[in-house]
Design a protein around this ligand. Structure first.
Ligand SMILES: [Zn+2]
Length: 292
C-alpha cells in the first residue's frame, strides 16, 4: 500500500501527461492483468517516455525498448563476458563515477541521487560524483529513458528524460543496464517461465522479445524484477505479449523498485562481500545479502 501511494504520488506530483486511471481508495496491489493495470508497468512507462527516441540525431541507436546500442556492435555477446564490469576497488566496493546534467530541477536531481544511493543500501556499488575519472555515467535528459548495457568506457549517457523517466523504478532500471544487466524476459531460461505471444506484438518490435544468452548467476527467474516488462509490452492489439507459465495469472512487470533478486544479482555479479557493505544494510536486507 505504501509503495502504491508513493508511486501514485510521483504520478500526481510530476508535470507530465500520464492519465491516472486508478482510484485512490484502491488498497491492494493490482494484478497487472488488464491493460489498464499495466499503465504502471516499467515497459508502459518506457514505451510512453520513449515515443520520440531516435528522432534526435545526437542520440545513440536505441533498441529493445531502452537499450542504447554501441555503433557497429548490434549483436554483441552478453556484455559481462566482454569485460564491461565496473572495476572493484581494494576496499571491496565498486565505485561508479557519475555526473548529473544541470537540465534537472532540484527535485528531479534529488530523486536521481536517491536512486543512485539506493544501490549503496544493499550492494557494494557506490555511485560517486565524477572527479576526473575516465569512465563514468553521464546522466542527461535526452529524448527518452535509455542506457547502454555495462561499462562502455569514457562518459556513457544514461538518459532519464524529464518527461517520464525520473521515477525510482526507471532510475534503478537504467542504472542496472549500466551495471551490465539485461531485461528479465530476455533471459536464457525465460521460455520455462513466460510465453511470448509474437502475434500480438507491434510489427517491427519483435526484437524486444529476443532471447539472450544471459548469465543468470544462479538466481531464479523473477517476475518482480525491476528489469521485467509488463504483460502488454509492445502490444499491437491490447492483448498480452508476455504470459507467465505455468500460472498465467501471476502479476508480472509490476516492480516499483529493485526486487530482492535484483539486489542478489548485483551482489553476485560484482562479488560483493559482506564486510564491504553489510554495515549499510537494513536488517531485512541482510538476509538476502548473506544468502549468497
Ligand atoms: Zn530496459
Amino acid at each position: 500500500m505504501l509503495l502504491w501511494v508513493t508511486a501514485l504520488s510521483f504520478f500526481l506530483c510530476s508535470a507530465h501527461s500520464f492519465s491516472v486511471k486508478a482510484s485512490l481508495d484502491r488498497n491492494e496491489e493490482s494484478s497487472g492483468n488488464t491493460i489498464e493495470d499495466d499503465d504502471f508497468s516499467i515497459s508502459t512507462l518506457l514505451e510512453k517516455a520513449n515515443a520520440n527516441v531516435g528522432k534526435n540525431l545526437d542520440d545513440p541507436l536505441v533498441m529493445f525498448g531502452d537499450i542504447a546500442m554501441p555503433s557497429g556492435l548490434q549483436n554483441a555477446d552478453p556484455c559481462t563476458a566482454r569485460g564491461c564490469l565496473w572495476p572493484k576497488a581494494s576496499d571491496g566496493n565498486v565505485y561508479v563515477p557519475y555526473r548529473i546534467s544541470n537540465q534537472y530541477s532540484q527535485n528531479e536531481r534529488n530523486r536521481i541521487i536517491q536512486g543512485l544511493r539506493s544501490f549503496a543500501q544493499s550492494t557494494c556499488i557506490r555511485f560517486t560524483p565524477l572527479n576526473r575519472q575516465r569512465d563514468f555515467v553521464d546522466i542527461q535528459s535526452r529524448s527518452g529513458c535509455f542506457s547502454f548495457v555495462g561499462r562502455r568506457g569514457n562518459g556513457q549517457v544514461v538518459s532519464l528524460s524529464r518527461q517520464g523517466c525520473v521515477f525510482q523504478s526507471i532510475i534503478q532500471h537504467e542504472l542496472l543496464h549500466a551495471l551490465g544487466f539485461n531485461h528479465e524476459q530476455t533471459r536464457s531460461d525465460r521460455d520455462q517461465n513466460v510465453r511470448i505471444l509474437l502475434q500480438n506484438v507491434i510489427p517491427g518490435q519483435e526484437h524486444n522479445f529476443r532471447r539472450i544468452r544471459t548469465r543468470n548467476l544462479g538466481t531464479p527467474y523473477d517476475y518482480n524484477s525491476v528489469m521485467h516488462y509488463g504483460r502488454f509490452a509492445f502490444s499491437r492489439n491490447r492483448q498480452p505479449t508476455i504470459i507467465p507459465i505455468p500460472n498465467p495469472n501471476v502479476a508480472i512487470g509490476r516492480a516499483t523498485q529493485m526486487s530482492p533478486t535484483d539486489i542478489l544479482r548485483v551482489n553476485r555479479l560484482y562479488a560483493c562481500n559482506s564486510t564491504s557493505s553489510k554495515r549499510h544494510l537494513k536488517p531485512t536486507q541482510t538476509d538476502i545479502f548473506l544468502k549468497k
